[in-house]
Design a protein around this ligand. Sequence first.
Ligand code: AHM
Ligand code: MG
Length: 333
Amino acid sequence: MNRKAFTLARFITETQAGYPAATGEFSALLVQIGLAGKILTRDLRRAGLLDILGATGETNVQGEAVKKLDTIANETLIKVFQHTGLVCALASEEMEKPLFLSENWPHGKYMLLFDPLDGSSNTDVNMPMGTIFSVLHYEGAAGPAAEDLVRGGTQQVAAGYLMYGSSTVLVFTSGKGAHEFTLDPDLGEYLLSKEGIRMPMKGAVYSANEGNACKWVPGVRRFIDYLKEADKPTARPYTLRYSGCLVADVHRLLTGGGIYLYPAETNKPEGKLRLLYEANPLAMVVEQAGGRASTGVERILAITPEALHQRVPLLIGSGDDVAMAEAFIQGKR
Ligand code: AHM
Ligand code: MG
C-alpha cells in the first residue's frame, strides 16, 4: 500500500491496534499536538511582521530570559489541550509548576510535558526552532499531583517533536519505531514522510557549542579533539554543524548520523538541558531509531528524576558515536 498519503490521524488509527490499551484518545492527543504545530508555524512564518520578536523582559524558572515567542508557544500548547478531555496535567519548561486541567479530569488520563519553543535564541534571526513533547499515562484514581509528572524516561508512552524549519515536521514514537510527518501547508495536513526511521550506527558530524570547550570536562575535550584529527578510514575529521536548536541538530542526525553533545562542564556538572522536557523525549525517539542517548556515564532513559526542572548532560545520536564519547568521558580511551 502507498502510505505516502497517510495523514497523521489515519496512521495512528490504523497502527494503534498494535498498541496495548490503545484508544482513540491517543490519536486525538497527537492531532492536538499537530494543531499546536500548525498554529506556531503560522505565527513563526510572519513573526518579523508582528510585534512578537524579542524578549519579554522576564526570566523563567530556569533563570533564562523569556522570549515573547516562548510565551506564545507555551500558551498555544495550553489552549489546544484545555477542554479536550484528553490531558489531565501539563508541565512545561516555561512554567514553574504543573498546570492541572481539572475540566479534563477524570476522563483524560494523559499527562504532557513539553519544551514549547526549543532553540528560542533563534527566534529573532529566522533560524530553525522546535517543540518537544513527552507523554505519560496517569493510572491513579485520585487525580495527578506534581510528583506524578516526575518519572523516568522508560515510563513515557510516547514522545516526539515538531520542527519548524524550511518545512514543519512532526516526528513521534509510541514505542514502535519513530515516524516523521511533514505538514503540507496547502492541505493543512501532516502526511507521512518517513516510516520506521533508522539512523546510521555511525556518522561524521558533531554538534556542540565549541565556544564552551574551555569549560568542558577533560574527556569531552579529548573526544572532540579526536574527532577533528584527519584519519580517512574512521571518517575523521568530522564536520561541525551546530544550529542553536537541539531539535534541528538531532533531526539532522536522524538522517545522516553523528553526535550532538551538551556535556557536563567543570563548574556545571548538571549541564544545560532539561531531563523531562528535552533529554527524555528525544532519547526515546533516537533509541527507537536505533541510536543512543547518554549523560556520558548513564543511559538517559534509565535516570530516576528527582525534580521537574532537573538538568542533565546530554550526548545523543548514532550508537557508535555516543559509545565512543562515553569511552572518552569515562577515561577508557
Ligand atoms: P531552550 O530550550 O531555552 O531554547 O534551550 C535549549 C537550547 C538547545 O536547543 C540548544 O542546542 C542549546 O540550548 C543552545 O545553547 P547554547 O546557546 O548555550 O549553545
Ligand atoms: Mg529547549
